[in-house]
Design a binder for this molecule. Structure first.
Ligand SMILES: Cc1cc2nc3c(=O)[nH]c(=O)nc-3n(C[C@H](O)[C@H](O)[C@H](O)COP(=O)(O)O)c2cc1C
Length: 301
């Protein structure tokens, strides 16, 4: 109720450019912002606008205003503009000037990928060329390909070689629809296959429950790279419903319903899912941080 009221107030106040700027300044970001926060916010907003533009959805004006608020901070704090910020700026310009169709036609490429494993795609190519695909052709995923992808993905490292991965294959419309109550967005409904990665969290010690996510992530990344090599396009979709520590972030009965629906043991925690199919459109490359900002010899700069 209170949350609803807050949302309403926010929407009302942010509908005017001037009050919006004041609102952002005074209410949402009252604390001094450091460079890291500003960079992170601009990239996050850029990413949100990119997803909307590339999937033909409108970009709310509040995105633009919030972005401009942080742009202002860039100037005030004399923050250097790197590749990721530059990318965010280009998305902002397209969103602000309603260049959605131009953005889509110029920035994403229609996939020419051939079916089947492509030996030409070496490891380095797959690492660099893999993109989060969010539009697929209606062609099915060959069960033999999926099996081979999982067979190879299980060579991922896992803590104590536990290999506690389970992959729930969801390919019926009704089961996919059911998952909309548990994962964000719905673009993945178009993917021929959804692979939900589940981890048995009970076997990890109390001080290593988070290893379930590390083990799961290594496996997921292998699957994504293999999907690329097999001519598929995939998107990693995070799960926020509940976690391996027993925290549940939605009404408990909905959690029960998930296990009942798929007839799964409760010890299996969904950590993410992979939407998989033949890509229709491969998004343009979201740039990466410079190596110099990642590599560090001591301390965190
Ligand atoms: C833990 C995790 C959760 C993610 N969840 C989503 C998601 O819910 N929706 C989505 O569209 N992309 C999701 N992604 C994909 C990222 O948005 C994507 O990897 C990032 O923007 C970089 O783009 P690239 O994968 O094409 O290089 C997720 C990625 C990770 C690692």
């Amino acid at each position: 109720m209170l949350e609803g009221f807050k949302q309403l107030t926010r929407r009302a106040v942010t509908s005017l450019a001037l009050t919006n700027r004041l609102y952002l300044k005074r209410r949402m970001y009252p604390y001094p912002m450091d460079e890291k926060t500003i960079r992170g916010k601009l990239q996050h907003l850029g990413h949100g606008m990119d997803l909307r533009l590339s999937s033909n959805r409108p970009v709310a004006r509040t995105f633009i205003w919030e972005f401009e608020f942080f742009l202002d901070q860039i100037a005030r704090k004399d923050i250097a503009i790197d590749e990721p910020l530059f990318w965010a700026f280009s998305v902002y310009v397209a969103a602000k000037h309603g260049l959605g169709p131009q953005y889509r036609s110029g920035m994403a490429r229609t996939s020419q990928k051939q079916a089947g494993h492509n030996p030409e795609i070496g490891l380095l190519d797959a690492v660099v060329k893999r993109r989060s695909v969010r539009r697929w052709k209606p062609e099915p995923v060959e069960p033999a390909d999926l099996e081979r992808i999982v067979e190879l993905a299980r060579w991922a490292p896992s803590s104590c070689n536990r290999q506690l991965w389970k992959v729930l294959v969801v390919d019926t419309d009704s089961d996919k629809q059911f998952l909309t109550g548990y994962f964000a967005n719905t673009f993945w409904l178009q993917a021929p296959v959804l692979a939900v990665i589940l981890m048995d969290s009970t076997i990890y010690g109390s001080n290593e429950k988070h290893y379930a996510y590390l083990d799961g992530a290594a496996f997921i990344q292998n699957m994504l790279l293999l999907a690329e090599a097999f001519g598929y396009g995939a998107c990693w979709i995070g799960f926020k419903g509940w976690d391996t520590l027993g925290n549940v972030f939605m009404p408990a009965e909905r959690c029960d319903e998930f296990y009942r629906h798929f007839d799964l043991k409760r010890l299996l925690v969904p950590v993410s899912m992979i939407a998989l199919g033949r890509p229709e459109v491969v998004p343009r490359v979201p740039p990466r941080q410079g190596v110099g900002t990642i590599l560090t010899k001591s301390g965190v700069r």
